[in-house]
Design a protein. Structure first.
Length: 181
């Protein structure tokens, strides 16, 4: 590689570092599009169906989501006036966010779904006694999306069974790994 003035960077102590190496270190970002996961929902509920929904957000909320200042563990979805709303999600406002806007971190946020999807969810909720819970908040094509799931509550023996299955899978993976050595 030819050293030119465009790809050489002088450090504080007079050392030379190549520009490409410095750029590679800066680009070591987490490429995951996931903003927040609701692991508690998968532990407490049987997820029968999942669906992607958009969220209606304000500008300061989007800035906070870019900084991962959100919590959806205690949130749930409510049906009201033929619309679905995310209730109980906490989006912490940034200190540098709009000072002229009154930021309410726990306000209900409208879910953006088609009428057909809303009607299907309403039927499932009323017929089976199920509920709708948020599962994952993520970026998709530059927009914030929320994965919601139609869920039924688990009993405590169901939770214990899931824990046993998870432990069995881990033990099996460890045994296979040891046998391959």
């Amino acid at each position: 590689m030819l050293l030119t003035s465009s790809n050489i960077c002088w450090g504080e102590y007079g050392t030379i570092a190549l520009f490409e190496i410095r750029c590679m270190a800066k680009n070591k970002k987490d490429n995951s599009n996931t903003i927040a996961l609701n692991k508690k929902a998968r532990h407490d509920y049987f997820i029968e169906q999942s669906l992607e929904a958009g969220l209606s957000l304000l500008g300061w909320e989007v800035k906070s989501l870019r900084e991962n200042k959100v919590q959806i563990k205690e949130s749930y979805v409510i049906y009201k006036n033929n619309e679905l709303f995310l209730f109980g999600a906490h989006i912490s406002p940034l200190r540098s966010a709009s000072s002229h806007v009154d930021c309410d971190p726990i306000r209900s946020r409208k879910l953006l779904l088609n009428k057909l999807e809303i009607n299907r969810l309403r039927e499932k909720i009323t017929q089976k006694g199920a509920t709708v819970v948020p599962l994952k908040l993520y970026w998709a094509r530059g927009k914030v999306k929320l994965e919601i799931g139609v869920a039924k509550g688990k009993k405590s023996h169901d939770k214990r069974q899931d824990i046993k299955e998870r432990d069995w899978k881990l033990d099996k993976a460890r045994a296979l790994k040891e046998s391959n050595r």
